[in-house]
Every structure is written in structure tokens, then in C-alpha cells.
Design a protein around this ligand. Structure first.
Ligand code: AKG
Ligand code: FE2
Length: 197
């Protein structure tokens, strides 16, 4: 995985989480979703955070390590190991992870973007884990990622949001979008950050 990041800048790994672990994490997300804990996702941050239905229509719930269920905690532990491995190989100095559950109801999408807020560089690596059992091509909701750093044109690949699949890429370099979902699409999206950049 780390080698893929070094050589290509992005990686997709099927089965990063085993079936059981992934299913448990999906249930924790579903329970929170059904309990009404999610909020409409915004664009920008701080005072500039606004809901923009023309850009993204997902709903999110930020992970809170203090109040997380066991499967969420186990996933956070794995990410912590991944953070260490990336730092050892890439000397990136990633110091923390922030992430959220995301739900894309039918009709939701997220237009092409980079994962970096205007004027900031603190989000260095993006990691997205998909939590959808039995996802079919007709459910849409693919991740489209342009595979040349900095380019929002040219070659791209598609990733189906299947249970346990993890995608990792350099947050400021790879343009990506979520194509419209036609079934409820669940994931955990997060970022490894450096301090104060
Ligand atoms: O869920 C995905 O495939 C991508 C989500 C995304 O790009 C984001 O939340 O920034
Ligand atoms: Fe993104």
C-alpha cells in the first residue's frame, strides 16, 4: 500500500478490512444514520462552511474516538498503524487522522474536487473505506479518480464502493468525484494531517 502511494500517488486495496470487521463497522454507521445523527455535508470550513447541493449531497457524521463503537475503534487503530507505516516510508510527518462516516442516499453525488481547503495544506493523505454489501454496477456511486497528479482531465479510473475496499491518495494532488448513487452508499472518509500547514 505504502509503496503504491510512493510510486503512483494513489492506491486501491480490495479487502483492506475483512468481511466481519467491515460488516460490524457498517452496522455502527447504519445505526447512527437511522438514529438521525448525520448532518448534511458542507463545502469549505470554519465560517465559510456552507451546504452546496449543486456540489455534494452526502450526509456525514464525524468520528469521535471517545464515543466510538468497537468496530469504529478497531478501524481507527488500523489507520493509526497505516499512519505510522506511511510516515516511516515517506517521511511525511502525518500527526493525526480526522474522519467521518458518509452516507450518499439515492440521487447523491460529489462533483470533482481536491481534498484540500482553499489556502491550506494540512490534509495530506485521503483514505476512503467503502461499506456496501452486494453493490451492483446499476447502483452507480463509483469513485472516479483522475490518475495524473494535478490534472482534472486525461486518464482516470473507477472504483466500485464495495465492502472492505480502501482507496488512499495524496489529498492535494488527485482530482476525484463520486458519481450519482442509485442505492444508499456508505463509507468512511478521512484524512491524515500535518500540523499547522
Ligand atoms: O466516497 C468517495 O468515494 C469519495 C468521497 C470524497 O471525495 C470526500 O468526501 O472528499
Ligand atoms: Fe474528496
Amino acid at each position: 500500500m505504502v509503496e503504491g502511494l510512493v510510486t503512483r500517488g494513489w492506491v486501491c486495496l480490495d479487502g483492506f478490512l475483512g468481511e466481519t470487521e467491515a460488516r460490524e463497522l457498517a452496522s455502527e454507521s447504519l445505526e447512527a444514520w437511522e438514529g438521525g445523527d448525520f448532518r448534511r455535508a458542507g463545502v469549505g470550513r470554519g465560517e465559510n462552511l456552507t451546504v452546496r447541493e449543486d456540489i455534494r449531497r452526502d450526509h456525514v457524521l464525524w468520528l469521535d474516538p471517545e464515543n466510538a463503537g468497537p468496530a469504529t475503534r478497531a478501524y481507527l487503530d488500523r489507520l493509526e498503524a497505516l499512519r505510522g507505516a506511511i510516515n516511516r516510508e515517506l517521511f511525511l510527518g502525518l500527526f493525526e487522522y480526522e474522519g467521518h462516516f458518509a452516507v450518499y442516499p439515492p440521487g447523491a453525488f460529489y462533483k470533482a474536487h481536491l481534498d484540500r481547503h482553499k489556502g491550506t495544506a494540512d490534509r495530506v493523505v485521503t483514505a476512503i473505506l467503502y461499506l456496501n454489501d452486494g453493490w451492483l454496477p446499476e447502483h452507480g456511486g463509483r469513485l472516479k479518480i483522475w490518475t495524473e497528479a494535478g490534472r482534472q482531465d486525461g486518464p482516470f479510473e473507477h472504483v466500485e464502493p464495495r465492502m472492505g475496499t480502501l482507496v488512499v491518495f495524496l489529498a492535494g494532488d488527485y482530482w476525484h468525484e463520486v458519481e450519482m448513487a442509485h442505492a444508499t452508499r456508505m463509507s468512511v472518509t478521512g484524512w491524515f494531517r500535518v500540523r499547522g500547514a
